[in-house]
Design a protein around this ligand. Structure first.
Ligand code: NAP
Length: 490
């Protein structure tokens, strides 16, 4: 049951597709339903894009590109900065909306508004720092000029787990670089992007620069866009399986691609670690976003001498968590995104237990309404358990013991993913060795959360291609041109 505040907020969210600067219904009039995962109730019906709507969005992005790419960087920056300011003013509404469609507790939604907003601020600052270079060639016969140019119209596909931040992390650098975009949010959480798009419009964004299509047929609507010869860039955040399929489609036009894909993060605790800090870090790395983060710690690899004490302490803390609808006071664990996610967590726990793991707390699904799973701690997880290979994407903390540093490194790197790792140790040299030995694009050394708009976010191995955020983030939306001119004195 939604409160009157929630009803008013939901009514204010645009329910159309945003194409060429106008909110409008789908061409064929179809709609899709958005539900609250905490209750299973439909909270809003919105336009459901068809292939024709996708093409119209591409047309609008292509039409707007020449003018937007020539708009002075300072003007583009100021629009992003105004959007950052408006986001702060509307933070409470946006946080509530995110909780309603995605489920995370309000405090976490507020955190995502802060984190997601930072990409607007950071890239408003980066927009005016796109540099080239000028130099004499080694032969002395000419001048070499290197310039950077916006890559062109881009297609941005975002997931449901961080509906705001995954959108701003792509839209802000694209706009800063002078690109126009078509955005396709996940059908499970489209409302946050619509609300944010209206903020961009209010900040003065010209028509056609950002176009948003929500659809219940993501594959059918996306493929013609990806294979459209006018598209120059595909940026995708989601699962590795879908990313791999989209890379094949992107090969048609030899597109520039950025891929932020799945993870299977190791969280390594050495016997010399500050255990209090390791436990705090573990709870953040595991239970933030109800475990539904690509950066979520998936395997807790703990030295055998401290494994029992670590398990005891995390279990005590996890037992104090409160599970419920994210809008309720004091709730720390919200629902999972849908029943399929609950089924997956349950199957992984059952498999681990059958292979010898011990359930310290939790371990069961919670009957509906809503898609809830108990906050769970498993110890003595045995090698070969599926939970060590697959992304759990749920509130399940799985502990496996190791004997020495080589053993820890071997277990940690034993995955096709390489997004992030976490290491807790008081030994500086050991920490530095782990930086060099762990095969991940990011690492938290004695911290449980690494994400920051100013840092290059991205993975090694099958966790992805490219980086979002940091100085690197804007480069993903730029092409380099080298020009040679004759020696002006020659
Ligand atoms: P997903 O199923 O791969 O979906 C991601 C996005 O792709 C959604 O917008 C989805 O739309 C769309 N999509 C699905 N199939 C498609 C297709 N055939 N063609 C075009 N678009 C398609 O992933 P998810 O379940 O939403 O998100 C969880 C995954 O994302 C996890 O693996 C997580 O690790 C990863 N993730 C990675 C990062 C990172 O930065 N590395 C960050 C967050 C999440 P519909 O859902 O509407 O079909």
């Amino acid at each position: 049951m939604t409160s009157s505040e929630e009803t008013a907020l939901l009514a204010a969210v645009p329910d159309g597709l945003f194409i060429g600067g106008r909110w409008r219904p789908a061409e064929d009039g179809r709609t899709l339903a958005v539900s609250d995962p905490a209750t299973g109730e439909v909270i809003k019906e919105i336009a459901d894009a068809s292939v024709a709507d996708g093409t119209a969005a591409m047309d609008a992005a292509c039409e707007a590109f020449p003018s937007w790419s020539r708009t002075p960087a300072r003007e583009r920056a100021e629009i992003l900065r105004r959007a950052f300011d408006l986001l702060q003013q509307r933070a409470e509404e946006l946080a509530l909306l995110m909780t309603l469609e995605m489920g995370k507790p309000l405090a976490e939604s507020r955190g995502e508004v802060t984190y997601g907003g930072e990409f607007l601020r950071w890239f408003s600052e980066e927009a005016v720092r796109v540099h080239g270079r000028y130099g004499t060639n080694p032969e002395g016969t000419g001048r070499m000029i290197v310039t950077q140019h916006p890559v062109g119209p881009c297609f941005l596909i975002t997931p449901w787990n961080f509906p705001l931040a995954m959108a701003t992390r792509k839209i802000a650098p694209a706009l800063a670089a002078g690109c126009t975009v078509v955005v396709k949010p996940a059908a499970l959480t489209p409302l946050t992007t619509s609300f944010f798009t209206q903020i961009l419009v209010d900040a003065g964004l010209p028509d056609g620069v950002v176009n948003v299509i929500n659809t219940s047929s993501s594959g059918e609507v996306s493929e013609p866009i990806i294979t459209d010869p006018r598209l120059r860039k595909l940026s995708f955040t989601g699962s590795t399986g879908v990313g791999r399929a989209l890379l094949e489609q992107a090969a048609t036009g030899v597109l520039r691609t950025s891929m932020e894909l799945g993870g299977n993060a190791p969280f390594v605790v050495f016997d010399d670690a500050d255990l209090d800090k390791a436990v705090d870090g573990a709870l953040l790395a595991k239970f933030r976003n109800i475990g539904q983060a690509c950066t979520a710690a998936n395997r807790f690899i703990v030295h055998r001498d401290v494994a029992e004490e670590f398990a005891r302490r995390v279990t005590e803390r996890v037992r104090s968590f409160s599970t419920g609808r994210g809008t309720e006071e004091g709730v720390t664990i919200g629902p999972l995104i849908d029943d399929k996610a609950v089924g997956k967590a349950d199957a992984l726990v059952s498999d681990a237990v059958e292979r010898g793991a011990t359930v310290r707390t939790g371990g069961s699904r919670i009957e509906g309404p809503g898609s809830f799973y108990e906050a769970t701690v498993l110890s003595d997880v045995q090698a070969g358990s599926a939970i060590l290979r697959e992304e759990i994407f749920g509130p399940v903390l799985a502990i496996v013991a190791f004997d020495d540093e080589d053993d820890a490194v071997r277990i940690a790197n034993d995955t096709e993913f390489g997004l992030v790792s976490y290491v807790f140790t008081r030994d500086l040299a050991r920490g530095q060795r782990m930086i060099e030995r762990l095969e991940t694009g990011m690492m938290g050394l004695n911290v449980g959360v690494v994400s920051n708009a100013a840092a290059p976010f991205g993975g090694w191995k099958q966790s992805g291609l490219g980086r979002e955020g940091g100085f690197e983030g804007i480069g993903e939306y730029l092409e380099t041109k080298y020009t040679l001119t004759p020696d002006p004195f020659g």
